[in-house]
Design a protein around this ligand. Sequence first.
Ligand SMILES: [Zn+2]
Length: 169
Amino acid sequence: MIGASALEVRAIPPRKTGEFCGFTDAVQILQSTVPYSGPVRLTCPMAAGLYLWEREVVAPAAEKHLGSRVVRVDHLGTYSCRRIGGGTTGRPSEHATANAIDIAGFRLEDGRRITLASDWSDGSDAERAFLRAVRDGACDLFRVVLGPDYNAAHRDHFHFDMGRFGTCR
Ligand SMILES: [Zn+2]
């Protein structure tokens, strides 16, 4: 493939920010096959999974279903010191160790913007097929994949993580 971008990352110094928050093996993605809407700081396994997802899942699905190229991935965050559900009790979120990312949508080369919030249910057949294809493909690369089919809290994003529990919904 001509012009295939390589994954370039920079190691981030380990951080401990509380009882269950922080990371020891995180990187910042400097360059990948497609730009992101904001900084991407993740554990190495997550960064590697994301790169494969862009290259092996998102790019072919965009070509097949939308006839265009993804030029930007919109995300809602990676590292965040919190518990699952955002409450004061319960299991720490994988976000608390930079081991997760929330994906909200995609910008295409032809100008279209595809979001989970508006297109998972109400998009065109092609847009809905694209979103399901990138969800299903993610299930082969990440331990946990949650989206609108999982619960209302995920109606506007896909959550990917490399935690201990395997889920794909
Ligand atoms: Zn998440």
